[in-house]
Design a protein around this ligand. Structure first.
Ligand code: FAD
Ligand code: THG
Length: 834
């Protein structure tokens, strides 16, 4: 594997590349790292006609010494994340069809997860629900069935299991080889013993990759360097938010009970999450991985290079000596579950390193600061082929066919990118990897990280804080507890849905519908877009007509080129060339910055400003006395904005309401935030004002049918399917995604509002929905509608008539629900437009 770096040989023509005759010639691509991700990516890129691909690898092929080189290869597909599940499904499908010398790259032994507690068994039911929602075969099974599948377990400690027949073992190195061979046949070149030492750039674009063997010019560079990501990132001037951690893996001595084993493995891969353990067979031995030990962070900058590691008698740069003291408690747990282990010991073990991110998801995408520089990191073998396909689509076609927002490298807030945050959160992800995590469970540390200016008041009111995007967010206020008595009886909740919930939320929702409430909207992302080209720019980037006089607020959509919903925004025209945009994730900012012409400035003003939503039928009575401006319906219309003063506080007021009541979002600078809160609080006393939290907020917005981007809709959906077609003006000038929408046919699926039939039933989101007894879709978001007296669930389903009965599976129970008409609450808008 030698090379003449400076003059890249022209890519070999292969039959497949002829198929792409009409495409522009392949750009010069360099992939850094030949682990499973780099190899899969080379395969996926060359399959799409990008054949001028060089993969640079510091170690020796075929086992260059990264995490892949010793991964035991367990592939469990089930995940709460639909995106991760899709990645894993593709990996299984692809590796099952790949062979080297007649040996398949996937050994479909199935998967088994065991429960030794009722809590875990409930979790396994939920996992079976995710599986049904995302189209994976899996079922909760009896203890007896667990024993049948894994005869070595002590069934007396097991209360049940979750069996997934299509999971199994990826032969990761074999799959690397198979993909190297295919990619090489299409023209890719794999150069091992080439250590990348630098990334060259010009005018914000990547131009070349420097190695100890020479420089490789490149138009596109992908860092698939696994846990070395931060090292390569630094060469490119980019933070890569991942933390390498070591994780223990050991193999037992030969087990007499397995003496007859012929195959490498025949029993399902096994998980014992109650003790943070997993198991697989290695013919007549058992391999055991543990997440039970303390986090063992590794500094990626201090990892020894390959050869030196060898010299020091370390197998690979990514494997560290086994720490016996960390293993001891796990070994007791292993012997408890599998009595056959009591007469044996482990024969070998190591602490292997791989990547953890602050939220446990991969880091994918192109850097805006350095165009042409991509990351494909923090990826498990399980997700590797799916990730590679998505990244290849993204590079070649301009967008992936899957929703990747949970994996987008731009998803982190600035405060979530500090090295200490990444280390602390990454370590916590390690600790929690098998924990039962409630969908609302907040991170524990570092907190508080971001607080609004009203934080002190919220604490005084007994706020129950959860965390989102680093923000402390009140979910309800204990101060409102006395209001609960007036509500009348509320349905009992099961233990799971009662977590991070309080009947106080119902009282706050009632107060919002009947009187007036203050909501802390500070975490709502705010962008300022200014400059002579701002109007044209925003009008081209989004779907609604923004050519309105200053003072107008417009609900509009950011689409991608294929018409998928990238975000929904409110755009307030505050001056001829000055706009305030209410947005969703940091990715929105990134997208606008990427496309902004030189005469437009885009700035995130979230930090340094704050927002209070004042909503309810008495909102006008509360606000009007504080200002000389006219806040009447005629003087301050719905979806209008005004810059004014409330008492001493300069505010930007916008008349809109995500909770579906009369009222305003009131923005001011952070320094004046507390004063604004106190002003509104004092003025509200005579109207019975309450502070209300996100729990009520979510209930109210669901009753109103307002979508939450990222949960209810993503770029996998077009606006018509998602029920936000009203924000698309096909008759205005051209905008991103317009052409694609023109050829979009009648929707065949729809974001469908469901009402649960039983007033006492609740679901929480991500549950499968059955139509005529078969899984037909999944719940996006759900919440109890306190005004309606029913749980509201939105779900992606085939187009169904209003009144159709369906079933939502919750903890293995089939809960009846009915397709409803939108909006469920106040369809005539009498509460808002008055
Ligand atoms: P790697 O395989 O680490 O590849 C990155 C490559 O980049 C390396 O070969 C490295 O040499 C190269 N590189 C780095 N820097 C440079 C440079 N400067 N120049 C040139 N080349 C460079 N995942 C599962 O799905 N299931 C499991 O059961 C599982 N078990 C695991 C058990 C253990 C003990 C460990 C350690 C990991 C396990 N994983 C498992 C995780 C999985 O192994 C990794 O997530 C995956 O292999 C990462 O693949 P990768 O290609 O991103 O990284
Ligand atoms: N406030 C502001 N900006 C935001 C949100 C917000 N941006 C992100 C996100 N939330 C956007 N989501 C919505 C969803 C619905 C509405 C507003 C923002 C809404 N819709 C009305 C309806 O559908 O009837 C009005 C639509 C219209 O008249 O065009 O109010 O909470 N600032």
């Amino acid at each position: 594997m030698s090379s003449t770096p400076e003059n890249r040989a022209p890519a070999t023509r292969t039959p497949e590349s002829h198929a792409h005759e009409n495409r522009p010639p392949s750009p010069r691509v360099v992939v850094i790292g030949a682990g499973i991700v780099g190899c899969s990516l080379a395969d996926e890129l060359t399959a799409r006609g990008w054949t001028d691909v060089i993969v640079l690898e510091q170690g020796p092929l075929p086992a260059p010494g990264g995490s892949t080189s010793h991964a035991p290869g367990l592939v469990f597909q089930t995940s709460p994340s639909k995106t991760l599940a899709e990645f894993a499904k593709y990996t299984v499908e692809k590796f099952s069809a790949l062979e080297v010398d007649g040996l398949s790259c996937f050994n479909q032994v199935g998967g088994l997860e065991l429960a030794t507690t009722p809590e875990r068994l409930a979790e396994l039911h939920r996992r079976a629900g995710y599986a049904a929602a995302w189209g994976i075969r899996g079922e909760v099974v009896s203890t007896a069935r667990c024993k049948e599948l894994w005869p070595l377990i002590d069934e007396s400690v097991v209360v049940g299991g979750y069996h997934t027949p299509d999971d199994g073992l990826a032969r990761a190195l074999l799959a690397s080889r198979a993909q190297i061979e295919r990619a090489t046949a299409r023209g890719a070149r794999f150069l091992d013993r080439h250590t990348v030492t630098g990334i060259e750039q010009e005018n914000g674009k990547v131009t070349a990759v420097v190695t100890d063997q020479g420089t490789f010019p490149a138009d596109q560079v992908v860092s698939a360097a696994g846990f070395w990501g931060p090292v390569i990132g630094r060469m490119a001037g980019i933070d890569v938010p991942l933390q390498p951690l070591a994780h223990q893996y050991a193999k037992t001595a030969k087990l007499p009970d397995l003496a007859d084993a012929m195959a490498e493995a025949s029993k399902p891969i096994l998980r014992f999450q109650d003790r943070d353990l997993y198991f697989r067979e290695h013919t007549d031995r058992i391999g055991i991985g543990s997440y039970a030990h303390k986090p063992l962070p590794v500094d990626p900058f201090a990892v020894l290079p390959y050869d030196e590691a060898r010299a020091q008698n370390m197998d690979m740069p990514s494997s560290y000596p086994f720490t016996t003291e960390d293993w001891a408690p796990s070994w007791d747990d292993c012997r408890w579950l599998i009595p056959a282990l009591r007469d044996t010991d482990i024969e070998e073990g190591f602490n292997g390193v791989f990547s953890f991110t602050p939220d446990g998801m991969p880091v994918l995408g192109e850097s805006r600061q350095l165009r042409g520089f991509w990351l494909a990191e923090a990826v498990w073998v399980t997700h590797s082929a799916g990730v590679a396909k998505a990244v290849a689509e993204w590079m070649v076609d301009g967008r992936p066919s899957l929703d990747l927002h949970e994996c987008d490298l731009t998803r982190f807030e600035e405060a979530q990118r500090s090295p200490s945050y990444v280390r602390e959160r990454g370590s916590q992800q390690f600790v929690e990897v098998y924990d039962v995590i409630h969908p609302l469970q907040p991170m524990e540390q570092p907190r508080p990280l971001r607080v609004s200016p009203f934080y002190a008041r919220q604490q005084q009111l007994g706020a129950y804080f959860l965390e989102g995007g680093g923000w402390e967010r009140p979910h309800w206020y204990e101060a409102n507890a006395p209001l609960v008595d007036a509500l009348g009886p509320l349905p009992e909740r099961d233990a799971w849905s009662a977590r991070h919930w309080s009947p106080i939320a119902a009282a706050e929702a009632r107060a919002t519908r009947e009187k007036v409430a203050l909501y802390d909207m500070t975490p709502l992302r705010r962008l300022e877009v200014t400059g002579p080209g701002a109007l044209d720019f925003l009008n081209r980037m989004t779907t609604n007509n923004l050519r309105k006089k200053p003072g107008a607020v417009t609900y509009t959509l950011l689409l991608d080129e294929t018409g998928g919903v990238r975000s929904d925004l409110t755009v307030a025209r505050l001056g001829p060339d000055r706009f305030q945009v209410g947005a969703n994730s940091p990715t929105d900012l990134d997208r606008l910055l990427r496309h902004a012409p030189t005469d437009v400035q885009v700035r995130d003003i979230t930090s340094g400003t704050c927002c209070i939503g004042v909503w309810g039928p008495l909102a006008r009575d509360l606000v009007q006395p504080l200002t000389r401006d006219d806040f009447s319906h005629e003087g301050f219309g719905y979806f209008r904005a005004k810059e004014t003063y409330l008492g001493h506080v300069p505010v930007t007021a916008m008349r809109l309401s995500y909770v579906g009541e009369l009222g305003w979002e009131l923005y001011t600078s952070a320094d004046l935030g507390l004063r604004l809160w106190d002003t509104l609080w004092a003025a509200g006393q005579e109207h019975g004002v309450v502070a209300a939290g996100r729990s009520a907020f979510n209930s109210l917005r669901l009753e109103k049918g307002y979508r939450s981007w990222g949960t209810d809709m993503t770029d996998e959906h077009n606006p018509f399917e998602a029920g936000v077609g009203f924000a698309v003006r096909m008759d205005k000038e051209d905008f991103v995604g317009r052409a694609a929408l023109e050829s979009a046919g009648e929707p065949t699926r729809r974001l469908t509002p469901l009402l649960l039939d039983d007033p006492a039933a609740v679901v929480l989101g991500k549950e499968p929905v059955y139509v005529d007894g078969t899984p037909a879709g999944y719940v996006t978001s759900a919440g109890y509608g306190y005004t309606l007296g029913r749980c509201v669930a939105y779900a992606w389903l085939p187009v169904l008539a209003t009144g159709t009965g369906v079933h939502i599976e919750y903890f293995g129970e089939k809960v009846p629900a009915t397709v409803a008409d939108e909006p469920l609450f106040d369809p005539k808008m009498t509460r808002i437009r008055r």
